[in-house]
Design a protein around this ligand. Structure first.
Ligand SMILES: [Zn+2]
Ligand SMILES: [Zn+2]
Length: 248
């Protein structure tokens, strides 16, 4: 499967990147992880009529702000959006007049589904667990094409982070803080913490994303985070917008 990091910033977009969104193209599905403003790029990649599934971690704006761009998409297939309970109500509060056109006014069929913690089959198995964040935030374990992908963003270190990433082929997690940075706000990870989770959870590959735009101002800042993480877990990549990866 092909994984494209469309947006890799946390909090807000800068010249370095857009806010978080990741597209996974499998044989049968397009799976999108979060809908930061980078989600506007999906029409560069979605060329087939496979179902589109969007998994939202939480409702902070850097993870959903791109939902207002859907009116431009030419897709014929349905889009199903999943998120923690309250997601349907939360999105409907924002994706409506006077902020945006509601989904009911655009030509694509968009459905929103609330999830709780637990296991679901949405065409393929997913496991959802709450992470450690300022507002309810779901981490996902996705099992597809004999691979396990864990997507855990916007979290401090917590048990559910370990459980979701246990034995994953790929852990995509966040790196909001810099190494040694004084934590000044919500729980988030530093590069060495993400790498330690990768080691303890026995994952095969770690990708760092959701770099806090106010702390990570240059690509060199991200390269330093990668170097720090690699000393603990060698198979680490710091993502930047446009990074592509084939998982096979
Ligand atoms: Zn965020
Ligand atoms: Zn958040």
């Amino acid at each position: 499967m092909r994984i494209i990091f469309l947006g890799t910033n946390g909090w807000y977009s800068t010249e370095l990147g857009n806010t978080v969104s990741i597209l996974i193209g499998t044989e049968e599905y397009y799976i999108i992880l979060d809908a930061g403003d980078a989600i506007h790029k999906i029409d560069q990649y979605i060329k087939e009529e496979k179902p589109i599934i969007i998994l939202l971690s939480h409702l902070h704006l850097d993870h959903i702000i791109g939902l207002h761009t859907f009116a431009k998409f030419p897709f014929k297939q349905d889009i199903n959006i999943y998120g923690y309970k309250g997601t349907k109500k939360g999105i409907k509060k924002i994706i409506k007049h006077p902020y945006s056109s509601p989904f009911s006014d655009i030509p694509i069929n968009v459905q929103i589904h609330d999830l709780d913690e637990g296991k679901y089959n949405i065409g393929f198995p997913i496991t959802c667990k709450l992470l450690f964040h300022a507002d309810p935030c779901l981490g996902y374990k996705i099992e597809i094409e004999d691979k396990i992908i864990a997507y855990c963003t916007d979290t401090g270190v917590c048990q559910n982070l370990y459980q979701l990433s246990n034995n994953a082929d790929l852990l995509i997690t966040e790196c909001s803080y810099k190494s040694g940075q004084e934590e000044w706000a919500w729980p988030h990870l530093k590069p060495e913490e993400a790498a330690e989770v990768a080691v303890k959870s026995n994952v095969k590959k770690l990708i760092l994303t959701h770099f806090d735009a106010s702390s990570y101002r240059t690509i060199q800042d991200r390269e330093r985070a990668e170097e720090t993480a690699k000393k603990i877990f060698a198979n680490t990549t710091a993502a930047s917008d446009g990074l592509e990866l084939i998982l096979k």
